[in-house]
Design a protein around this ligand. Structure first.
Ligand SMILES: NC(=O)c1ccc[n+]([C@@H]2O[C@H](COP(=O)([O-])OP(=O)(O)OC[C@H]3O[C@@H](n4cnc5c(N)ncnc54)[C@H](O)[C@@H]3O)[C@@H](O)[C@H]2O)c1
Length: 248
């Protein structure tokens, strides 16, 4: 049995994760941690009371780095769904995970379809030099651009280091009109609107053609298969992984 703690247990993702863990034959839920009305208010409180094999974190961008540092420094394997970590923070978590042989699995997106969208975008990047990403989320999302769009741009730029944003010198008469320039000049545009959960389009253009690769999440159940896979992987391997695509 894998003893699971869910951090952010009262949140939208936390509630869905609890349902998924409760249906998994090989997992036991031992702690529900949330700063707002949780069974435990902090990871430290939970650790002092129960034995945790893997902690699953779906909290908020401003908490995740501290939570992850605490877990890795205290030999608690962690699966991170929370977005908003910087490249420097991810590099630091990788080095702590390797130093202490403690699992750290970070996935900006746990939905298999979304990960396939990212992999297809990486594949298409070999054939196009113009690409932009549009990501759509509900209007309570705290960070922009999304972790998924940043990871997508990173994967695309691993395949092609020659993306061009425009074909002429551009003037933004309204700041932000052209979105945010991310890795290798791939622009990201963030839409926030009630009605969406999470969607993303990756557009590629060349003379006379546009290729659009799109994924839509209809509900939060779509992430659960990936979360449980990551928990099992982390419990067995206790290493550092960034991206669900590495274990599909
Ligand atoms: N990786 C993925 O596949 C994926 C999918 C959806 C959402 N997300 C991300 O997951 C995160 C959570 O999303 P949500 O929609 O569930 O948010 P939410 O606001 O509904 O829930 C967050 C919960 O975390 C709690 N919390 C905040 N800081 C905490 C801390 N330090 N310790 C304990 N609890 C804390 C809050 O009280 C709240 O109950 C966001 O960063 C979101 O972008 C990732």
């Amino acid at each position: 049995m894998i003893n699971i703690a869910v951090c952010g247990s009262n949140g939208k993702m936390g509630q869905e994760v609890i349902k998924a863990v409760n249906t998994a034959d090989d997992m036991t839920l031992v702690a529900k941690i949330d700063i707002k009305d949780g069974e435990f208010a902090t990871i430290k409180d939970a650790k002092n009371s129960v034995s945790i094999d893997v902690l699953i974190d779906f909290t908020q961008p401003k908490s995740i780095y501290e939570n992850a540092l605490y877990c890795l420094n205290n030999n608690i394997n962690i699966v991170i769904g929370t977005t908003g970590l910087s490249d420097e923070q991810i590099a630091e978590l990788k080095s702590l995970s390797e130093k202490y042989n403690t699992g750290c699995f970070i996935a900006p997106n746990f939905s298999t379809g979304a990960v396939l969208m990212m992999m297809f975008a990486k594949m298409a990047s070999k054939y196009f030099n113009n690409a932009e990403i549009i990501e759509f989320h509900h209007n309570r999302k705290k960070d922009a651009p999304s972790g998924t769009s940043i990871k997508t741009a990173l994967m695309m730029s691993e395949e092609n280091d020659n993306f061009t944003a425009g074909n002429c010198p551009e003037i933004e008469t309204l700041a932000g009109a052209r979105g945010a320039a991310s890795y290798n000049n791939i622009h990201i545009h963030s839409i926030r609107m009630p009605g969406y959960i999470a969607s993303q389009e990756v557009m590629f253009g060349a003379d006379g053609q546009i290729l659009t690769i799109r994924h839509d999440s209809m509900n939060r159940e779509c992430y659960m298969d990936g979360v449980l896979r990551a928990v099992r992987y982390t419990s067995d391997n206790k290493n550092f992984v960034y991206g669900l695509e590495n274990i599909l």
